[in-house]
Design a protein around this ligand. Sequence first.
Ligand code: G4P
Ligand code: G4P
Lengths: 192, 192
Amino acid sequence: MKTLKDEILQRGAVLSDGVLKVDSFLNHAIDPNLMTKIGETFAERFQEEGVTKILTIESSGIAPALTTSLQLQSELVFARKRKSLTMRDDLYSAEVYSFTKQQASEISVSKEFLQPTDRVLIIDDFLANGQAALGLIDIIKQSGASIAGIGIVIEKTFQPGREILEQEGYKIESLARIASLSDGKVTFYTEK
Amino acid sequence: MKTLKDEILQRGAVLSDGVLKVDSFLNHAIDPNLMTKIGETFAERFQEEGVTKILTIESSGIAPALTTSLQLQSELVFARKRKSLTMRDDLYSAEVYSFTKQQASEISVSKEFLQPTDRVLIIDDFLANGQAALGLIDIIKQSGASIAGIGIVIEKTFQPGREILEQEGYKIESLARIASLSDGKVTFYTEK
Ligand SMILES: Nc1nc2c(ncn2[C@@H]2O[C@H](COP(=O)(O)OP(=O)(O)O)[C@@H](OP(=O)(O)OP(=O)(O)O)[C@H]2O)c(=O)[nH]1
Ligand SMILES: Nc1nc2c(ncn2[C@@H]2O[C@H](COP(=O)(O)OP(=O)(O)O)[C@@H](OP(=O)(O)OP(=O)(O)O)[C@H]2O)c(=O)[nH]1
């Protein structure tokens, strides 16, 4: 997605060989009009997939997931990383491992919000090690729903997440694919 | 906002005298079209206020804040409750006290995303004790920006937050105002 790639180059900051900072439009400040374009792009790419529901995870996944759900006119749910005040009922939960923190944490979705009849599109802001996406996939499988695909705003192609998800056979659409962040610059992956 | 009040009556659940569960459309599942109507309503009510930026707080504030920012064509930032991977730079922080947990926690916004020239509209999902709103106000004041007002989706008028914020002199727009949750039912506040 050219607009997104331009934004990354103009408004992103490479913090290290492994980390791209896009707080200015995605992870802290949010660019509303860019979120609309992201939603339109995901909707185009998944419009033939019969998506009934979008599943994302708090917090940075919510904005791109919302604009996508508006375009697809689908339902929307976000997985919680911590139980909220009202999350008492039966839950689907999954473990998500953090390589940085070297520890696992639990994410959850209330059972009432995922039905076996659902066809679920996963949307998230970053794809790195893929652990969050795998956790959401696990939750969808527990519910009996089917997976329409995975939409990622920014993929770091040099990390294992993309490969892991491809091997599982899912349709993955990443709006920006980054081959490298070394030497302080963003190098996009060019599909052959 | 009649549509919202109808949704609360049809899809909300009174968990106790103090807690209304609206996970089905606001706090876990999100109703995208309702979020759009909420955004249009907030935009109508604040369109004369010269809003340059919306400030909300993760996670449930993000969806209503995003749709409002789309209507007002303003910038958008969400305060963090925990430092994210990329939040290294100078921060404005404030303490937020939780009466339920009986402990304070810190919320933060990177300084680069609040300028003295900003005129900030605060948006949040619930107004109860008002501590989160007071924390956001504190942060805005630290930045030198001015406060355009406060937009709340659901206000529990029987809790102290509304009164506290009114005494501070802010323009507050709550789309649903709840006078009581006792006897397992929602009683809306009727303005005289
Ligand atoms: N800005 C930025 N973030 C990255 C990058 N790579 C991974 N992340 C984010 O970091 C968080 C993952 O960290 P960990 O759970 O510790 O996992 P990891 O060490 O195995 O990558 C996730 O944030 P999250 O759960 O999505 O947090 P939130 O923003 O939704 O609160 C993920 O999206 C990157 O290059 N840049
Ligand atoms: N569903 C529901 N939630 C309520 C109600 N009253 C307060 N809350 C939410 O509970 C959380 C506040 O809890 P505490 O910080 O422990 O504060 P408190 O005990 O002083 O109220 C906030 O969630 P938050 O920080 O906004 O969490 P998040 O949803 O954004 O993650 C607030 O919006 C209610 O009647 N119903």
